[in-house]
Ligand binder design. Sequence first.
Ligand code: ADP
Ligand code: MG
Length: 287
Amino acid sequence: SIPLGFFGGIGGASKLGILIKGGNYLEALADTELVVFDKTGTLTKGTFKVTDINPVGISDTELLELTAHAESYSNHPISQSLKNAFNSEIDNSRITDVEEIPGHGVKAVIDGKTVYAGNSKLMDKVGATYSHNKTVGTVVHVTINDIYAGYIVISDEIKEDSASAIAKLKACGIHKTVMLTGDAKDVGEAVAKTLGLDEVYTELLPIDKVEKVEKLLAEKSAKGNLAFAGDGINDAPVLSRADIGIAMGGLGSDAAIEAADVVIMNDEPSKIATAIAISKKTLRIVN
Ligand code: ADP
Ligand code: MG
């Protein structure tokens, strides 16, 4: 049975917008040893802005229009930003096929032409030759009928709360903070450095993230727990694999909220340290 004091801890957390889905997770939180973060939507806002358009063989407007149409069915934060930048109606009658390729991008048929939009991994898969200037930001490359059509650079911002989130975790005795991302090496490493994370792993596919978490689980001490925090776009398998899966409830997908043990309603990563502090305090009272 659950000690009565646990209800106080869970209730107190919920008043702060932290939903803990049971006494066992409250208990597990108190022994958190390392916290692993997803980048996009968790430590960064996940609201990308288009900062550069570099078409090849077509105009800026055509490249943006085509990419926005190719991305129109995706829920990824990247796709949202491209649709925002396009800022016109999507003509659904032009789109006859769409496919999301997790960790890579999208494939779509627009005006009867096959369009791929995504990262360099996707270009390698398609066999397209691409290049880009040294830029800070996430690069979305585009091909039309297997011919390279240029790239769009988009930039995300670190959440105001993220630096203090990491500092608070260190202050409450967390041994290690780690970031996993599918984004490019330069982008991921810049974010990790700014925030003072202990480790960062980049260019990971969703399956690579699961593998990385399994490795970190094997390396940690027997009594310490691994918490994983993600916005859940493609992250549900990692959320369920971690000792404690934490989802960002605002931006997060329904699948993530379902798979998570703890939900942070307002998406502030510093609430993870708050949840750990509440759990430690509750356990001190109960025991
Ligand atoms: P993260 O680990 O940062 O949350 P994801 O696993 O969701 O990232 O995506 C990894 C990478 O795959 C992105 O940085 C991007 O390069 C590419 N990608 C994923 N979805 C899309 C999309 N809809 N359009 C373009 N690129 C995408
Ligand atoms: Mg993600």
